[in-house]
Design a protein around this ligand. Structure first.
Ligand SMILES: [Fe+2]
Length: 318
């Protein structure tokens, strides 16, 4: 929150704005061995851990919530996932071109994405990106519009169009998700296939504490939305992999170009994410002063607290 502020110098971006002064020089990461292990509320979620196309036959190593995993893929296409330390079998699902795993007892299935089943959409798997940041920080950055002109300059935003207009946030109790709707932002190049600046409409949806998605104006289809997801895989409290995937209405661009566009955007975010302090997401009231633009972050933090999810937050410190 409040991390995306101008320095007053065009093109410059002060990463320390919004950080308490005593935190500014604290570049040392927490000792993960002194943090609480993953709590039940985090263990009971579904996590995307790899694109199926990236998983080799036979055994391969993976990691989730501080636990090493052994993934086994048979030549018949069957998968099995075990914890490396105990040998305990972990539940898994195959969905959206990815392997999903839970180390606990999830109440429901993998988050539903109805658009994924629409036949004219292109599934674009954009590759996993390692990020030295906490999972909830990555989710919050995805929800944030204020950084567009400063981090994704001349692509997802541009000066002087820096204002985040009022939008609506809610925790939808029927589906247990956080939504932000009526979001809009001026974007010089809202998508690879966009041919000029538009006022892009957005909706954000947080489906699990570590999976987030957005719906945005499609340059190629009126009255329908492009869908962009970010599946966050927390490896450790301060380290994760992010899996960006898109369900697009775009039959023009090449897959290579679409992936390159999305990776460019996310690598711009990674620079910001890896420099945020404190590294763990603060859950204490008023640890970071929210602005109106942060309404979605406020709702997300409230929802995490309600669920008792603390993995990757300051509440995980022993
Ligand atoms: Fe971004």
């Amino acid at each position: 929150m409040c991390k995306h502020n101008r320095t007053g110098v065009p093109g410059q971006y002060d990463l320390t704005v919004g950080i308490e002064p005593r935190e500014r020089n604290r570049r040392v990461r927490h000792d993960v061995t002194r943090m609480k292990p993953a709590e039940k509320a985090a263990l009971d979620q579904w996590y995307c851990i790899d694109a199926l196309e990236d998983i080799p036959l036979g055994e391969s190593a993976n990691r989730l919530l501080g636990y090493d995993l052994v993934v086994n893929r048979s030549s018949q296409g069957d998968f099995a996932v075990k914890r490396a330390d105990t040998g305990a079998t972990a539940a898994h699902r195959l969905r959206y071109g990815y392997l999903w795993v839970s180390l606990g007892a999830p109440a429901g299935g993998v988050p539903p994405i109805p658009e994924a089943d629409e036949p004219d959409r292109r599934l674009v798997i954009c590759g996993a990106v390692s990020v030295k940041a906490s999972g909830p920080r990555v989710v919050e950055n995805f929800l944030d519009m204020a950084h567009f002109p400063f981090v994704h300059t001349d692509i997802l935003g541009a000066e002087p169009h820096t204002e985040v207009r009022h939008y609506t946030t809610e925790i939808r109790r029927d589906v247990d998700e956080v939504w932000a709707t009526n979001c809009e932002f001026f974007q010089p190049q809202a998508a690879l296939s966009a041919t000029g600046g538009i006022m892009a409409q957005y909706m954000y949806r947080v489906t699990t504490p570590f999976t987030v998605m957005l719906y945005k104006t499609s340059p190629n289809a009126e009255n329908r939305w492009d869908v962009i997801c970010l599946f966050v895989q927390p490896l450790d409290p301060e380290r994760c992999r992010a899996h960006p995937v898109m369900f697009l209405l775009d039959d023009v661009s090449t897959t290579t170009d679409l992936i390159a566009f999305q990776q460019m955007i996310f690598l711009q975010d990674r620079i910001i994410l890896e420099n945020q302090r404190p590294v763990l997401l603060p859950l204490e009231p008023r640890a970071e002063i929210p602005t109106r633009a942060d309404a979605s972050s406020v709702a997300y933090r409230r929802w995490l607290k309600e669920k008792g999810v603390v993995y990757g937050t300051t509440a995980q410190l022993a």
